[in-house]
Design a protein around this ligand. Structure first.
Ligand code: ADP
Ligand code: ADP
Length: 226
């Protein structure tokens, strides 16, 4: 579904990502691991069109997407849920969700149906649908950010550090929800520093060090190498 071929992203003469080779098959959960600053977010930004690779190709369902605009990439079926969430704190939970459906904004029936799916997945969002997004706890805001990304009905969801700043118990629930989203048919590429939790739900992983992928393999193999 997604193939990065020799992708390099330079900032001036600094390479944030060097010759990344990543392949994500339809239906998989794939995780990018590595310390802060290793190049995971930059890889996501390259996929979602926020930065242009200096070298290499990014193919999505066989089409070159490298250099396309972020809007175009969303329309093609890739939605990113950023680490900083970018919610609208002064808008209600439901308004935030509906913003996520702008890709298919003309189809009210589809929006309603998708809203129901998101509320089934995260019942707490239904309970809080009329409240300001800014009034939610960290874990609830993360659910809202993921719910909003789902509103676009993506084929591929990019999740940047979904567990960051969450209490351990909530982290477990978050990974269960991600697994559920995947089972419902969304392919997932995830970036995490929380390696064990991420590997427990992932099919395979790539480990970054200073912009380079130094290890890759199936989750079981990476677990063993921990
Ligand atoms: P990670 O997501 O793994 O924490 P990043 O992709 O955010 O890593 O960062 C990789 C490296 O690129 C870091 O050294 C970071 O400081 C640098 N970097 C990220 N964005 C920029 C930018 N816009 N300009 C210059 N350097 C950047
Ligand atoms: P992340 O690891 O998720 O990228 P950061 O705090 O490193 O989080 O980056 C936040 C934002 O600042 C990102 O948009 C990133 O591109 C930008 N950034 C990070 N490092 C640098 C840098 N050295 N110079 C300029 N922008 C940077």
């Amino acid at each position: 579904m997604l193939d990065l071929k020799q992708v390099t992203v330079n900032y001036g003469n600094f390479s944030a990502v060097q010759q990344a080779e990543i392949s994500v098959e339809k239906g998989e959960i794939v995780v990018l691991l590595g310390a802060n600053g290793a190049g995971k977010s930059t890889t996501f930004q390259a996929i979602s069109g926020l930065v242009k690779p200096s070298e290499g190709e990014i193919l999505f369902k066989g089409n070159q997407i490298s250099g396309k605009s972020p809007d175009k990439i969303v329309q093609m079926g890739i939605v990113q849920c950023a680490e900083d969430r970018k919610l609208f704190p002064q808008m209600s939970v439901e308004q935030n969700l509906i913003m996520g459906a702008y890709v298919h904004r003309k189809n009210r029936k589809l929006i309603k149906q998708t809203l129901r799916e998101v509320y089934d997945l995260f019942p707490i969002l239904y309970d809080k649908r009329g409240e300001f997004a800014g009034s939610l706890s960290g874990g609830q805001q993360q659910m809202l950010a993921i719910g909003r990304a789902l509103m676009a009905k993506p084929d591929l969801m990019l999740l940047d550090e979904p567990s960051i700043g969450l209490a351990p118990l909530i982290v477990e629930q978050m990974f269960e929800s991600i697994q559920h989203i995947n089972k419902e048919g969304t392919t997932i590429l995830l970036a995490e520093q929380n390696a064990n939790a991420a590997l427990s739900i992932a099919d395979k992983g790539y480990v970054y060090e200073n912009g380079r992928i130094v290890v890759e393999g199936k989750s079981e193999e990476l677990f063993a190498n921990e």
